[in-house]
Design a protein around this ligand. Structure first.
Ligand code: NAD
Length: 415
């Protein structure tokens, strides 16, 4: 199929490359000329075979780049993956602001207006960007040329594994406005993946996308609540609990994200909850679950700050990426913890050899209180000065505990 990709950022480019790998004829356009080149990016990910990284795929790929007009002329389907950003206050690394807002749709609206200006024939435009329920009808259909056949096909991908997730989804989501357009988009996905296709209205698709992300936050906040309870109840162990619940696949679903640790982060989950909290207020929802989830995430960080402050030793956070073995710090709960500690007047050192490179040194002059903020494998044996306290929300440390105080959260041993 001939495909156009408008917006070649962290999501659009890997998807375009994946489509090219599957034999589609791909032409891409981005307003930022730097993204329209085969130069390797700082952003890296593991390839679909689990071994190769993203850059070699980009180098090897044959995707072309052109003007917006070229791309719109070229494509049987034009995928639009431009940013729908949020204010920095809604990233999830600072306290939850009282004021809530929707995402900023100006880039998406502008992209659709620009496509509308250059389109010469009936053309399918499939929006990939994340939007809140009701947005496409409210803001996009009204500015789209009558020649555009709009669909909504958001992707359920995690940062760092975009191509792998795009090529191996649990299901494909297709929000339909024009039946004929939906048939073509469905044919494209059938050529790409062997997964069920959920066809629904634009609004339900918008809701499914955001429900997926906020459900993950709900699981993480739940698991962390159980970790805190297990920490207070002598003899209780959070990992045994989550392993058991993870087996309850008939009633409770998969064990994924069911792990006591830090709050979830990344470029999507915290902000999606905050935007949904805005929507909850906007429609006068009887109970704002999203506010509760974000408040729970923040309070759990406060509890970790309490544990660190119980010691007078200098404070360190080991790992501040938003997830294990990743260098991405967007929306990281470890950064939120650092900010909460600084609010209390403490200086906090950050050490992360994955974010800052293998040369990042951690050589404190004396004992410290350190908390493992990201479950990087390298911290399983981290060496601390004698007399230090190591707080481990992930329970990954298995080094020497002879001359340090090791505090695995939610794993208090037998009473
Ligand atoms: N990155 C992810 O892992 C991820 C996951 C799920 C959903 N999303 C959603 O996908 C969308 C894109 O996210 P991203 O992370 O790729 O953003 P990004 O900022 O990395 O990339 C967006 C790209 O769109 C380009 N752009 C903006 N306006 C344009 C226009 N008018 N014409 C052409 N190009 C234009 C920008 O220059 C940029 O390169 C967002 O709505 C995001 O919420 C992202």
């Amino acid at each position: 199929m001939k495909l156009g990709f408008v917006g070649l950022g962290k999501l659009g480019l890997p998807c375009a490359v994946a489509a090219d790998m599957k034999g589609h004829d791909v032409l891409g356009y981005d307003t930022n000329p730097k993204t329209m080149s085969k130069a390797p990016r700082r952003y890296k990910e593991t390839g679909p075979d689990g071994v190769a990284s993203f850059d070699p795929y980009l180098e090897a790929s044959a995707i072309g780049f052109g003007s917006l007009e070229d791309v719109v002329d070229h494509g049987d389907i034009i995928f639009v993956a431009v940013q729908t950003p949020h204010d920095a206050r809604y990233e999830g690394i600072t306290r939850l602001p009282d004021e809530r807002v929707d995402f900023d749709y100006s880039h998406l609206v502008r992209a659709i207006e620009q496509i509308s200006r250059v389109v010469k024939k009936q053309t399918i435009v499939s929006i990939v960007s994340t939007v809140l329920p009701g947005t496409i009808r409210r803001l996009i259909l009204s500015v789209a040329s009558p020649r555009l056949r709009i669909c909504y096909t958001p992707s359920f991908i995690a940062m760092g594994t975009t191509m792998r997730d795009y090529l191996n989804p649990e299901f494909v989501l297709l929000g339909v406005h024009h039946e004929d357009a939906a048939l073509t988009v469905e044919a494209y996905y059938k050529s790409m993946v062997d997964a069920p296709i959920v066809r629904t209205t634009l609004e339900t698709a918008e809701l499914i996308k955001i429900a997926y992300n906020t459900f993950i936050t709900m699981k993480v906040v739940f698991a962390n609540t159980m970790m805190e309870i297990a920490h207070h109840v002598e003899g209780a162990d959070v990992d045994e609990m989550t392993r058991a619940l993870g087996l309850a696949h008939r009633r409770l679903m998969s064990p994924a994200y069911l792990k006591g640790g830090m709050g979830d982060g990344g470029g999507c989950h915290p902000r999606d909850n905050i935007a949904m909290s805005w929507l909850a207020r906007n429609v006068g929802l009887s109970f704002d679950l999203f506010d509760s989830l974000m408040t729970g995430r923040e309070r759990q960080c406060e509890w970790l700050a309490d544990l660190m402050c119980a010691s007078d030793l200098p404070k360190w956070i080991l790992g501040y990426s938003f997830k294990a073995d990743s260098n991405i710090t967007t929306g990281s709960a470890a950064v939120l913890l650092k900010n909460l500690m600084e609010e209390r007047g403490y200086e906090v050192g950050l050490h992360d050899p994955i974010v800052d490179g293998p040369d990042a040194s951690f050589d404190p002059a004396g004992p410290v209180v350190a908390l493992i903020g990201s479950a990087h494998k390298t911290f399983a044996k981290i060496a601390l000065p004698a007399g230090s306290v190591l707080i481990d929300p992930w329970r990954i440390y298995n080094g020497d505990t002879g001359d340090i105080e090791y505090v695995p959260l939610g794993a208090r041993g037998t009473p």
